[in-house]
Ligand binder design. Structure first.
Ligand code: MRU
Length: 347
C-alpha cells in the first residue's frame, strides 16, 4: 500500500491531513504534543488504530523536549502528557490501550533512568506502529476468505489505510481479497455528517482500482431490498466483552437492515480495539461533536441558524446483530462472551 497515514520522521510525527481529502493531499508535521492533540480532535488523523498510534507518538512528542536526569520531574511530565492525550477523543479504546501500553513501559522499569526510559518509550511506540501494520494484514487475510467471486460488499465510514498505519481493517479485507484475485465490488456509504465514506473510503478504493459505488446513507435499505448486497464489513472503535460494538454513527442502522434482509454483517477489528474491562456496549462513552458539523457543509449553512442539533459520532451495534468479528487471530463467532474471552484474554 502506498498510503502512509502516520509515520515518525526525525523527531516529528508526520500525518496525512484527512480533513482536506480528497481535494488536497497534505501532510501535517506534529512537532509537539499540542499539535498532535488538535490533529486527533479535529480528525486530521482518525480511525481507531491510527488514533492509537498517534497517541503513542504524541507521548514521544511530549517527552522529547525534556532535558536532564531529574526522574520525578520526567515522570510528572510523562503522566501529564498521557492524561492530556487521553482527553482528545473518548470512544476509540485504542487511544487508551496504547497510552496504557506506554505507561506499562514506565511501570515495568522502576529502576531505569530518564535516558533509558526515553529509549524504551521510543521502542514501544515503534513496536505499536509495526504491530498495526502486521495485524491489519493478518485480519485482511482472515476476512478475505469470506469474499467469494461476484460478491457485492458494503461498508460505512473509513476503516482503511487512512484509519490505520497503512492497510486498514474492513478495507484491508478488500485489499487482501484483491491480492487473491477475487472479483467483487463495494458499496461505500457516504457517512454523514463528515463524509468519511465519500471522501476517504472512495478515495482509497478508487486509487486501488477496486470497483466502488458511492451511495448516500439513506440508500442502503433500498439496495438491500433489491438483493444487491451480499455481505457487509465495518470497522470498530470499541468492542465490549459481550461483542457489542461501537463504530461510526450509522453502523447500527446497517446492522439492523442486514438482519432484516438476511445479509451477513462482519466487524473487522484488532485486539487493540477490544475493551475487556467492560461487560456491554452500555458502558461505551459516545462522543458528541459540535453542531456545525451537521448544520454546515464546507463552511456553508445547510440548516437554519439556531436549530437544535444532535450529533453523536458513534453508535453501538448489539452483538446479536453481528455475524462475526474478524480479528488477527481469526473470525470470532457467537456466543461472543465465551469466544471473545477464549480468543483474546491471554493476548
Ligand atoms: O470519527 P472517526 O472518523 O474517527 O470514526 C472512525 C470509525 O468509526 C472507524 O470505522 C473505526 O475507527 C474503525 S477504523 C479501522
Amino acid at each position: 500500500m502506498s498510503i502512509e497515514t502516520i509515520k515518525w520522521i526525525k523527531g516529528s510525527a508526520r500525518i496525512i491531513d484527512q480533513t482536506l481529502l480528497p481535494n488536497k493531499f497534505e501532510y501535517i508535521y506534529c512537532r509537539d504534543v499540542e499539535t498532535m492533540w488538535r490533529a486527533i480532535k479535529r480528525l486530521s488523523v482518525r480511525g481507531a488504530p491510527a488514533i492509537g498510534v498517534a497517541a503513542a507518538f504524541g507521548v514521544l512528542l511530549g517527552i522529547q523536549k525534556f532535558k536532564g536526569q531529574d526522574k520525578p520531574k520526567f515522570l510528572k511530565l510523562f503522566h501529564k502528557t498521557c492524561d492530556y492525550l487521553a482527553t482528545s477523543r473518548p470512544t476509540a479504546v485504542n487511544l487508551f490501550n496504547m497510552l496504557n501500553a506506554m505507561r506499562e513501559v514506565v511501570n515495568q522499569n522502576p529502576q531505569a533512568n530518564v535516558a533509558t526510559l526515553k529509549k524504551l518509550l521510543f521502542k514501544e511506540a515503534m513496536a505499536i506502529f509495526k504491530a498495526d501494520q502486521e495485524v491489519c494484514r493478518r485480519m485482511g487475510d482472515h476476512g478475505a476468505k469470506l469474499i467469494k467471486n461476484g460478491m457485492r460488499c458494503m461498508t460505512v465510514c473509513n476503516a482503511g489505510a487512512l484509519a490505520t498505519v497503512d492497510y486498514g481493517t474492513a478495507l484491508g479485507v478488500f485489499y487482501s481479497a484483491r491480492k487473491k484475485a477475487r472479483k467483487f465490488s463495494v458499496y461505500s456509504l457516504e457517512t454523514r455528517p463528515l463524509l468519511q465514506g465519500a471522501r476517504l473510503t472512495c478515495w482509497e478504493l478508487c486509487r486501488q482500482k477496486i470497483d466502488t459505488t458511492l451511495i448516500c446513507d439513506n440508500m442502503a435499505a433500498s439496495l438491500m431490498a433489491k438483493k444487491k448486497v451480499d455481505i457487509i464489513f465495518t470497522g470498530a472503535d470499541r468492542i465490549a466483552s459481550n461483542g457489542d460494538t461501537a463504530n461510526k454513527i450509522g453502523t447500527y442502522m446497517l446492522a439492523v437492515l442486514a438482519k432484516h434482509h438476511g445479509i451477513p454483517f462482519y466487524i473487522v477489528a484488532p485486539r487493540s480495539t477490544f475493551d475487556l474491562a467492560i461487560k456491554s456496549g452500555k458502558q461505551i462513552p459516545i462522543e458528541e461533536r459540535k453542531s456545525e458539523e451537521v448544520t454546515h457543509f464546507a463552511g456553508v449553512a445547510t440548516a437554519p441558524k439556531g436549530v437544535k442539533v444532535y450529533n453523536p459520532a458513534f453508535d453501538v451495534t448489539p452483538a446479536n446483530l453481528i455475524t462475526g468479528i474478524v480479528t488477527e487471530y481469526g473470525v470470532i463467532r457467537p456466543p461472543y462472551m465465551k469466544n471473545i474471552y477464549e480468543t483474546l484474554s491471554n493476548r
